[in-house]
Ligand binder design. Structure first.
Ligand code: FMN
Length: 456
């Protein structure tokens, strides 16, 4: 499914910066950093600065929503909207807009909003902000919403102002979100994470070291306390601490249910704790959680089992990214590793696997990997993500290579993405400067089609 074989692996990756609340200098600085190269593509927490020779910018990867497959001419690659043929056919009859039964929940369409960290939680409690209520409610027409990653403990936080799901206040904050989404007829899962080594001492309880499978520092910077800082040196988790990590995920799940979520997505992707344990570039342990594939996969599977025991397997999904280099992770042989992991997830009867195909936010064909093998092994839903547009989404759905397709950045700038794609309408382009941190700007103020037309 790779689309641009000429793309090369990014030459360097650093942790993405983000600003504090408001519009402080840090935001401006982060923005400058992000846009310093026209060819920069941002992923979850990794900014890939791509060689200037890369032919296509992130903006140009945007939609061709009319399904025509027309490529934008180079001069329009950074244009604010993608353009469509006014004579386009009605797109609402495509598989993307067919309902899907995800366990006990019927999704009205196959379009999922991918988890998107926005760093607007309110410190010091890391409670979702009132703006988050509007933000998620605005996007309730998605078949399924998946929230931004939410830490299951203070130790699990790696970036400034990300929300948690470990305190009463956070549960109350999330309850407001789920209530409003449900009032608007939507469905919402929460993504829960522990960042492991991708953190900074200043975010950790008592200023301690972030934890990891092994004491190997991730190359990259994070943005904390209003400044760019190297990711801290981690310490290896003691074997005796691992049950506590699993308990944190369990408690996070209980809290998520109390907050009214329809289900849980475990973050097993993008170089965070569970991915760090699974991959041999970051896991050098010699105990029961290191060495063989079985041992490295153990924590991801144990967490999945614990979460499913609380939420029910039919309300538990997991996100994986077999070949992403995000946050400096690598594995010497990802195919057998993820075949094994997915067999284990299938045995647990989780409701979906959410697969980031390729480098998160970057090339889909960064490394050879047989995603069809995962699809075959897993009997429940396969949710595909990474660089999808209308055409590619329908192509994989029609080929039965996926059941659901998650869109990330397009949902940031298009609260009514479903309607726009159904109508073959132009899409708003996202503003990278407001991805991480800040207030309503670039968060809750992207216009719907109706609002845009009314303003004309
Ligand atoms: C601003 C931003 C925040 C993100 N936050 C998360 C996150 O919290 N959890 C996660 O699993 N992925 C996160 N991602 C990755 C996206 O979910 C998605 O995998 C990526 O954007 C590729 O999909 P797209 O091409 O449709 O945007 C983030 C990406 C962006 C751009």
């Amino acid at each position: 499914m790779g689309r641009d074989a000429s793309r090369k692996r990014p030459d360097r990756a650093v942790t993405v910066p983000f600003g504090r609340h408001g519009t402080g200098w840090e935001v401006a600085y982060a923005a400058l950093f992000l846009i310093s190269n026209e060819s920069s593509c941002v992923n979850a927490h990794t900014l890939f600065l791509m060689p200037a020779t890369w032919p296509v910018s992130c903006a140009a990867n945007l939609r061709q929503p009319n399904g025509s497959g027309i490529a934008l001419p180079p001069a329009m690659h950074n244009s604010p909207l993608s353009f469509i043929d006014p004579d386009i056919p009605d797109m609402s009859q495509t598989k993307l807009f067919e309902p899907y039964k995800l366990g006990p929940i019927t999704l009205p369409n196959r379009l999922v909003m991918a988890p998107l960290t926005r760093n607007r939680a309110v410190p010091p409690g890391m409670v979702p902000s009132p703006l988050a209520v509007d933000y998620y409610a605005q996007r309730a027409s998605a078949g399924l919403l998946i929230t931004e990653a939410s830490q299951v403990s203070r130790q699990g936080q790696g970036y400034q102002d990300t929300p948690g799901i470990y305190s009463k206040e956070q549960v109350a904050g999330w309850r407001k979100v789920t209530d409003r989404v449900h009032e608007k007829g939507g469905r919402i899962f929460i993504q829960i994470w522990h960042v492991g080594r991708v953190s900074h001492d200043s975010l950790q309880p008592n200023g301690g070291k972030p934890v990891a499978p092994s004491a190997i520092r991730a190359k990259g910077k994070t943005f904390v306390n209003g400044t760019f800082t190297e990711i801290s040196e981690p310490r290896a988790l003691e074997l005796s601490e691992i049950p506590g990590i699993i308990d944190d995920f369990k408690r996070g799940t209980e809290n998520a249910i109390a907050a009214g979520f329809d289900g849980i997505e475990i973050h097993g992707a993008n170089g965070y704790l569970l991915d760090q344990f699974a991959k041999d570039g970051t896991n050098k342990r010699t105990d029961a959680y290191g060495g063989s594939i079985e041992n490295r996969a153990k924590l991801m599977l144990e967490v999945s089992k614990a979460v499913a025991a609380v939420a029910g397997p039919d309300r538990t999904g997991i996100r994986i990214s077999p070949v992403t280099p995000a946050n400096d992770v690598s594995d010497s042989n990802p195919q057998p590793l993820f075949d094994y992991i997915v067999d284990g997830l299938d045995a647990l009867k989780l409701t979906y696997i959410h697969v980031i195909e390729g480098a998160t936010g970057g090339p889909r064909d960064i490394a050879p990997f047989d995603y069809a093998s995962l699809r075959k092994r897993f009997k429940q839903a396969y949710m595909a993500n990474n660089g999808y547009d209308f055409d590619l989404a329908n192509k994989v759905l029609d080929a039965d290579a996926a059941d659901l397709v998650a869109f990330g950045k397009p949902f940031i700038s298009n609260p009514d993405l479903v309607e726009r794609l159904q109508k073959g309408a132009p899409l708003n382009e996202w503003d990278k400067n407001t991805f991480y941190g800040g207030g309503a700007k670039g968060y809750t103020d992207y216009p719907t089609l109706g609002a845009a037309q009314a303003a004309e």
